[in-house]
Design a binder for this molecule. Structure first.
Ligand code: DP6
Length: 400
């Protein structure tokens, strides 16, 4: 008997213009457009195998080895249902196609990074789920069409259907048909863009994005100003900056938008704090690093951005990592040696150091463990279809 199975991987994305607020919580329609950089799957990815089989009793899902309930009417169920209905259209148009849309599916998904790192795993996860079903069903759908479905899993997941620099256009239609992701520029347009992720220790359980943004929509007057008067201009300006490879403008907008997102979180009642002292110290270091460059006639060299947690993501052209990594190591000593998997430093040992002229008083030195780890990565490509040897489901139809 034929085996109907497909495996794909999908990337993480980190926004420069933040999505924060829904106008429709069921369809996941945002109150503003957003824009992100897709990170390289060689370093961070979700891998998903989907299999359709008439002998399965029902749709089932395993995440990182553990079975998760697929709640009726929930986000995962919605994505599976939408994908089956696209498959049904293919079968209706071509009666010779096997009726996969009527078979239950087993879906098995894994992240190659620990969930405890607090990195947005839902974006990569739902993008991988949707792209694996698209491969299984051999759908003729474009990434933008698929993004309409992954959006209903998690808003930010719509942006992980593309590589490079990606916009989620908010749209205006009540049914969400014009709220999807588009590519602003591919990875190959600006491959110099790298990201240093500082994984910050955090003991407290933060407010989830879903709950936090809803409270912001209900209570923050500043959010209304952001939606109407700030984001539309920034979307336009950052797209132009990306197309022109103008890092100075790209970085300034990215930092301003991170700041404003955390300002609307603070403007929420009761207020929400996602950054902590370590996050703020990293901001101070990047601000001082940029000041040094600009006051010596140079340009802005790095941009920080923070999502709904304390981790910092620092975007910078590759060449500056040789200064930024030692700078971070100086203030945030690590238990383990820096893993130079990109070969930035050659054979030299990587120690903490500040550039000449840097005002060391802008932050204090933190103890080992304040930053638990550093992940160096770069702009990457969109979802990949993988070979059978990477499948997460075994011949018996269950996780390997
Ligand atoms: C701060 O996409 O996780 O990372 O749509 O409710 O699943 P839901 O929220 P989610 O929110 C992401 C918020 C953010 C900003 C961004 O990625 O644009």
């Amino acid at each position: 008997m034929a085996v109907y199975q497909a495996t794909t991987s999908a990337p993480v994305n980190i926004a420069c213009i933040k999505y924060w607020g829904k106008r429709d919580t069921k369809l996941i329609l945002p109150t503003n457009s957003s824009l992100s950089v897709t990170l390289d799957q060689d370093h961070l990815r979700s891998t998903t195998t989907s299999r359709a089989d008439p002998s399965f009793s029902k749709d089932r899902l395993w995440l990182n080895g553990k079975e998760e309930e697929i709640k009726e009417g929930g986000r995962t169920a919605t994505c599976i249902k939408e994908m089956k209905s696209l498959r049904k259209q293919v079968e209706d148009a071509n009666p010779n196609e096997p009726k996969l849309s009527t078979y239950p599916v087993h879906i098995c998904s894994r992240n190659n990074f620990p969930t405890a790192a607090g990195l947005a795993s839902s974006a990569a996860g739902f993008a991988a789920l949707v792209s694996s079903l698209a491969a299984l069903y051999a759908l003729p759908a474009s990434p933008s069409q698929l993004s309409l479905i992954s959006r209903q899993g998690s808003g930010s997941a719509c942006r992980s259907l593309f590589g490079g620099f990606v916009a989620w256009e908010m749209g205006t239609a009540a049914d969400g048909s014009d709220s999807y992701a588009v590519e602003v520029a591919p990875q190959s347009h600006w491959p110099e863009i790298h990201a240093l992720i500082c994984v910050v220790s955090d003991d407290k359980k933060g407010t989830s994005s879903t709950a936090g943004m809803q409270r912001t929509v209900e209570t923050s007057p500043l959010l209304q100003h952001r939606i109407k008067h700030v984001v539309p201009e920034r979307m336009k300006a950052i797209k132009e900056a990306i197309l022109a490879k103008d890092f100075d403008t790209f970085a300034k907008i990215t930092m301003q938008d991170s700041n404003q997102f955390h300002a609307v979180a603070l403007d929420t009642d009761p207020p929400i704090f996602y950054m902590n002292d370590v996050s703020r110290a990293i901001i101070a270091l990047i601000v001082e690093y940029n000041r040094l460059s600009v006051e010596n006639g140079g340009k802005v060299k790095a941009a920080y951005t923070y999502d709904a947690g304390p981790n910092a993501v620092i975007y910078t052209p590759k060449e500056n990592l040789k200064e930024i990594i030692p700078l971070i190591l100086k203030y945030f000593p690590q238990a383990e040696k820096y893993n130079d998997h990109l070969g930035l430093f050659g054979t030299a040992s990587v120690d903490g150091a500040v550039p000449a002229g840097f005002n060391e008083a802008v932050a204090k030195q933190f103890p080992v463990g304040a930053v638990k780890g550093l992940i160096t990565t770069r702009v990457g490509d969109g979802p990949r279809v993988l070979g059978a040897e990477e499948a997460l489901i075994g011949p018996d139809g269950f996780p390997k």
